[in-house]
Design a protein around this ligand. Structure first.
Ligand SMILES: *Cc1c(COP(=O)(O)O)cnc(C)c1O
Length: 416
């Protein structure tokens, strides 16, 4: 099937050509060139306004260019930006105190990107396994799930099963056991298969896989099993965390406190790369000076930005808004699905949702539908071929959700 084309302005075309010519082709963007964002809206270089239903993969939960977060960044950027961790700075300690109290952990290890935070969590888990649990050196195994997405580093892709993400990047890092997602029996079998299990790394909802929500109780049972077998429960909440699913963390839906919590994306509201690994002293204290670090991790700008971004989440009740509007959105989508057989399934939690399109994973239909959404003023992107993620900034209003449902239905009707 041929991909549909919207007439592109020559201005847009020029920007796209430049990226094509001078940038590595490691992404396949929708042909929209953005130059401005505010709240739930972004504008392209021709002044056309769109609803942002991707939110930079849930990094912009607080809305684009939130004045409080940008204000904190500008103020700190004019004062002190980077010292490295060779010295102390007057921002980091306050941030560490704030973020640990906010999420209920003893300590935080600050990094910059999600993948770095996942790497940090894996290293921390292994070190704990050798030095506290007593697994023989180099024998530690970490359990992961099929169809996971945890980032793009060599170790992380070692346990991906996305062939496109792996092909020609080997040899891979050993020490991972892959089990089906949302399968508690498979987890228990893996946990008891050897005495060398260090931990279980899991996304509370698999976002990239197509917003796959596990059965109720899965996370709580998984945490209990990890406790029973003395393995660390590591939650990758880079995409699901920070109010996205209608609770501060997605694991809170099942009252789970992970042993290691991984955060990124919206911890900065999308204005600056900030990520974090949180754990209690019994785990975090295995890391000693010189054993892990990052030049930019925990820099003064990141610290000031992250405090402001988390304050916005609390002050603007974004968890409650996501929970309530998620129900409104899914109800509306299910109504559309009842009228239009192109949608075979609606799923999600809070404002992390997806519709599954009635076509196979290799079809261009979901892409074409996203092109049509864009024509009508809404930006979304297919994931894994036939799924379209619908994840607006959490500052969206009920009126706006209804307007977006109108856009979605009108676009889908063009394909009947
Ligand atoms: C985006 C994402 C990552 C990687 O974050 P980057 O900042 O892109 O490195 C890791 N885990 C999950 C669940 C993600 O959604």
């Amino acid at each position: 099937m041929e991909q549909s084309h919207q007439a592109l302005s020559s201005k847009s075309e020029a920007f796209i050509e430049k990226e094509n010519k001078y940038g590595a082709h490691n992404y396949h963007p929708l042909p929209v060139v953005l130059e401005k964002g505010e709240g739930v809206y972004v504008w392209d270089v021709d002044g056309k306004k769109y609803y942002d239903f991707l939110s930079a993969y849930s990094a912009v939960n607080q809305g684009h260019c939130h004045p409080k977060i940008v204000g904190a960044m500008v103020k700190q950027a004019q004062t002190l930006t980077l010292t490295s961790r060779a010295f102390y700075n007057d921002q980091l300690g306050s941030y560490e105190e704030f973020v640990t109290e906010y999420f209920g952990f003893d300590k935080v290890l600050p990094m910059n990107t999600g993948a770095e935070a996942v790497e940090t969590a894996l290293k921390l888990c292994r070190k704990w396994a050798y030095e506290v649990k007593g697994i023989p050196e180099n024998q530690a195994q970490i359990i992961v799930c099929e169809n996971n997405f945890h980032g793009r580093t060599t170790t992380i892709i070692s346990f991906s099963n996305d062939e496109n993400a792996r092909k020609s990047f080997g040899p891979f890092t050993a020490g991972f056991i892959k089990i089906p997602y949302d399968d508690i029996e498979a987890l228990e079998n893996a946990l008891k298969s050897t005495n060398n299990i260090a931990g279980f790394l899991v996304e509370p909802i698999q976002g990239e896989a197509g917003v796959y929500v596990p059965a109720d109780g899965y996370l709580a049972k998984a945490k209990a099993l990890c406790e029973h077998y003395n393995a660390l429960f590591i939650a990758d909440e880079v995409q699901t965390g920070i109010a996205r699913t209608g609770k501060l963390l997605a694991v809170h839906h099942e009252n789970v406190q992970p042993d290691i919590l991984i955060l990124g994306k919206a911890i900065s509201g999308g204005v600056y790369p900030v990520s974090a690994v949180l754990a209690n002293n019994a785990i975090m204290n295995v890391i000693k000076p010189g054993q892990h670090g990052s030049t930019f991790g925990g820099n003064p700008v990141a610290a000031a930005v992250a405090i402001a971004a988390l304050e916005v989440v609390r002050d603007e009740n974004l968890s409650q808004n996501a929970a309530y509007l998620g129900v409104v959105l899914r109800t509306g989508l299910n109504e559309i699905a009842s009228r239009n057989p192109l949608i075979t399934l609606v799923r999600g939690k809070g404002l992390l949702n997806a519709i599954v399109i009635n076509c196979d994973e290799n079809s261009d239909l979901a892409w074409d539908i996203c092109m049509k959404f864009s024509e009508y003023g809404l930006l979304a992107k297919p994931t894994h071929g036939n799924k379209i993620r619908l994840a607006p900034p959490l500052v969206i209003t009920e009126t706006q959700i209804h307007e977006c449902l109108g856009i979605i239905e009108r676009a889908l009707n063009d394909f009947r």
